[in-house]
Design a protein around this ligand. Structure first.
Ligand code: 13P
Length: 258
């Protein structure tokens, strides 16, 4: 089964809604200049909550070939949860993708695999696609325990999902030591873990789910290194941080993956 790569730009806490529309417009121009074919590689921007409405209006109004997403979601449906945003609120804005369990949420907000699993289920129930993040810290990698560690995370975050649900979602393997450090995992490092994740999905959810699930690599991805990472058989795209804040650079990343 052919999987369409997904290149998702995680802006993190950058760009207000005015800056956001500027970047999306530039991104669309750069992609058009490069004769972007959305059927070959999907491009998405994962923006701060306050940018979503403006980005939605621009993308839908100008029919830009871009998807958009959110960086987190509440595990609750509604109620007295000050500061939280529900999956239904995001779905109402036509959000396609919701990142859950990013390592920065795990580290600074104490998010556990069980919580991330609950959030992923809310995203799916609201009709959107979760991008579920897993990845090891440097210490685990140095001890050579990265594969079993990431598979334990994968087991936790996918718990209770059906094979159809798993086949339709996105898993992002982001080794924490490669995020924002300029330290990029080698293509072989990325393939080792992405391949192991697909193997886990196959043994737990079946061959169809394993063939369909998209597994991204994330961590210091740039135009200069994306092609060799994307060439690996089990890497189906990238979750891009810093480089996605530059429209031309992110466009090159998308075009090189198509
Ligand atoms: P960088 O691309 O800046 O390393 O960030 C990766 C990331 O965390 C994307 O979610």
């Amino acid at each position: 089964m052919a999987r369409t790569p997904l290149l998702a730009g995680n802006w993190k806490m950058n760009l207000n809604h005015v800056e956001a529309t500027g970047l999306v417009q530039k991104l669309a121009w750069s992609l058009a200049d490069g004769r972007y074919e959305p059927a070959k590689a999907e491009a998405a921007v994962i923006v701060p909550f306050t940018d979503i409405r403006s980005v939605q209006t621009l993308i839908e109004g100008d029919k830009l070939p871009l998807k958009f997403g959110a960086q987190d979601v509440s595990e609750h449906d509604s109620g007295a949860y000050t500061g939280e945003i529900s999956a239904d609120m995001l779905a109402k804005l036509n959000v396609s993708y919701v990142v859950v369990g990013h390592s920065e949420r795990r580290e600074y907000h104490g998010e556990t695999d069980a919580l991330i699993n609950a959030k992923a289920k809310k995203v799916i129930a609201a009709g959107m696609t979760p991008i579920i993040c897993v990845g090891e810290v440097l210490e685990i990698r140095k001890e050579g325990r990265h594969v079993p560690y990431v598979l334990t995370q994968t087991e936790g975050v996918l718990d209770g999902l059906t094979p159809e649900q798993v086949g339709a979602l996105v898993i992002a393997y982001e080794p924490v030591w490669a995020i924002g450090t300029g330290e990029v995992a080698t293509p072989e490092d990325a393939q080792e873990v992405c391949g192991a994740i697909r193997g886990y999905v196959e043994s737990t959810f079946g061959a169809e789910a394993a063939a369909a699930v998209r597994i991204q690599y994330g961590g210091s991805v740039k135009a200069s290194n994306v092609a060799e990472i994307m060439a690996k058989p089990d890497v189906d795209g990238a979750l891009v941080g810093g480089a996605s804040l530059n429209a031309e650079e992110f466009a090159r990343i998308v075009l090189l993956s198509a």
